[in-house]
Write a protein that binds this ligand. Structure first.
Ligand SMILES: NC(=O)c1ccc[n+]([C@@H]2O[C@H](COP(=O)([O-])OP(=O)(O)OC[C@H]3O[C@@H](n4cnc5c(N)ncnc54)[C@H](O)[C@@H]3O)[C@@H](O)[C@H]2O)c1
Length: 435
């Protein structure tokens, strides 16, 4: 048995997490809660200070858990990568966005790896958790880490293990979500799997290479992306045909096998579903291959905010009101219900489309008091008041937050365009139009 595996099994290994965001902080908390001395690394001083003060900033982390593990000395955070020297295992969970040309921006992965290199030591484990194209761990990360003079698979272990966290999910958290692990060598896989087994209460699924694990994660998210593209397209068609598409999905759902329900909406949001398939499309080009399913669903999904603005215009028209000069209340800017994350949120695209046409747009979101987009800060309304609803020519529901009083909205709004079927429980429906 390797020395490192032994240290993991007897919990004397020190574990590190690079990137203390939506993925990294919950992971660091689980490592510390499992009884490992854990060090979190981030380039943002403010996050490091908050962690060291025991102050939480991620919805899925329990405040008291963080407070306790910081107080007891199990978790600390730093911007100083020299502390990598005292870590035995380091997981990298930094952003993997797209650049302005919709191509993978892998610069954060590169930068974080380069920060680790000077402090690497023998018998260390490094795991990449950031979502990325197949080949990243072996073709990009391994050569950077080997600049340390250490040889991968001989002097240190390297693996990829995709993060599957679903922010806001009340059942599946970091702790109990099954993990996939693929190492450069079988021993790399074995050591990485041992680390996750020691901190999680979930099955660990081993695969034969990092590329399989990288592709597996892209499959999960592309599956969602393509299916959402399909239901969005059928929702547009159903509207033309006078069919309630939500009723269609609910009916299809009654089949106990062979169908999984996906719902239409104003577009794709978040850091994963809209971005990850592009990582694969980009890589596919190296092989002269076109990912046509991904391109088709992206074409539908990317047009949804514009489509929602067009439908809003038609609703206003029925009230003899032009979009130009109309006052519109948007309900929800988070990319999904009951969370405060608005990255890539389609609601913001809808707002932009409406404002382009001259509408005066205000928004209310119980989780997002203000958002910043293209260096412009937009402040939300502090409360969903009677005056706010009555003052709007149209209310558009763009996020299905569950703590909004939709009966109150229905009672006082002139017209409502519900793009998420968030108001399905509301009985009076004369002023509600569904996507
Ligand atoms: N958020 C999700 O729901 C989710 C789910 C599954 C997978 N992922 C993937 O996980 C990865 C991380 O996503 P996230 O949502 O946690 O991002 P995030 O932006 O919330 O957090 C990333 C953190 O990394 C830090 N960082 C950036 N560069 C760094 C560097 N060079 N060194 C150290 N720290 C650095 C940032 O300051 C930030 O705190 C991405 O690849 C994402 O696609 C995210």
């Amino acid at each position: 048995m390797s020395i490192l595996k032994e240290k993991i099994l007897n919990k004397t290994a020190t574990l590190g997490v690079v990137g203390l965001g939506y993925v990294g902080l919950p992971l660091a908390v689980e490592k510390a809660k499992a009884g490992f001395k854990t060090i979190g690394f981030d380039v943002q001083e403010s996050k490091v200070e908050m962690v060291n003060a025991g102050k939480n900033y991620i919805g899925d982390v329990v405040n008291e858990d963080l407070e306790e593990i910081v107080k007891s000395g199990f978790l600390s955070a730093t911007t100083d990568f020299a502390q990598v020297a005292s870590a035995d295992c380091v997981c990298i969970a930094v952003p993997t966005p797209l650049d302005a040309y919709q191509q993978p921006d892998i610069s954060y992965v590169k930068a974080s790896a380069e920060s680790i290199v000077p402090y690497m030591h023998k018998d260390m484990l490094i795991v990449l958790e950031s979502t990325t194209y197949p080949g990243t761990t072996e073709e990009l990360l391994k050569p950077i880490l080997e600049k340390s003079g250490l040889i991968c698979g001989v002097d240190f272990h390297l693996a990829f293990s995709p993060e599957r966290v679903d922010p806001g999910n009340l059942i599946y958290k970091t702790k109990n979500t099954p993990k996939v692990v693929g190492g450069i060598t079988p021993e790399c896989t074995d050591v990485a799997a041992a680390m996750y087994e020691a901190i999680l209460e979930a099955p660990i699924h081993r695969v034969s290479s990092p590329a399989v694990a990288e592709m597996e994660k892209i499959l999960e998210n592309t599956y969602r992306n393509v299916n959402i593209g399909l239901v969005n397209e059928l929702a547009i068609l159903s509207n033309k045909m006078g069919i309630n598409f939500w009723e269609v999905v609910d009916a299809a759902k009654s089949k106990p096998y062979g169908f999984q329900a996906f719902y239409p909406g104003p577009g794709l949001g978040g850091h994963c579903i809209p971005l990850d398939p592009y990582y694969l499309s980009w890589k596919a080009r190296e092989y002269g291959f076109h990912t046509s399913m991904i391109e088709s669903s992206m074409m539908v999904n990317d047009r949804m905010p514009e489509y929602c603005a067009e439908r809003s215009s038609k609703i206003l028209n029925r009230f003899k009101k032009a979009m130009n000069g109309a006052r519109i209340l948007v309900l929800g800017v988070a990319y999904k219900q009951d969370i405060d994350d608005y990255r890539e949120s389609p609601a913001i695209r809808v707002i932009e489309e409406l404002e382009k046409e001259g509408a005066e747009v205000v928004y209310y979101d119980p989780f997002v008091s203000e958002y910043r987009e293209h260096d412009v800060v937009k402040k939300g309304e502090p409360e969903l008041t009677l005056e706010l609803i009555e003052s709007a020519d149209l209310v558009i529901v763009t996020t299905a937050h569950t703590n909004v009083d939709y009966n109150f909205v229905q009672k006082h709004a002139k017209a409502i365009f519900d793009t998420k079927n968030a108001m399905k429980q509301v009985e009076s429906r004369e002023n509600i139009e569904l996507l």
